[in-house]
Write a protein that binds this ligand. Sequence first.
Ligand SMILES: [Zn+2]
Length: 55
Amino acid sequence: MAAKSSGYLRCPMCDAEVPLEGDEKQGSEIFCPFCQTPLSFKVGRDEEAFFEEDF
Ligand SMILES: [Zn+2]
């Protein structure tokens, strides 16, 4: 498991840096604190974490 699951990830909607709590996992839902978009936490093939809009 990659150790880079804490820190920040960029919101795909407003491009702001959204702070992570560090215990997010595949499919975790959080709300962007800036644009309030529901985001789904995803981990890609290269264990690269990112957010995807989840309306
Ligand atoms: Zn946002």
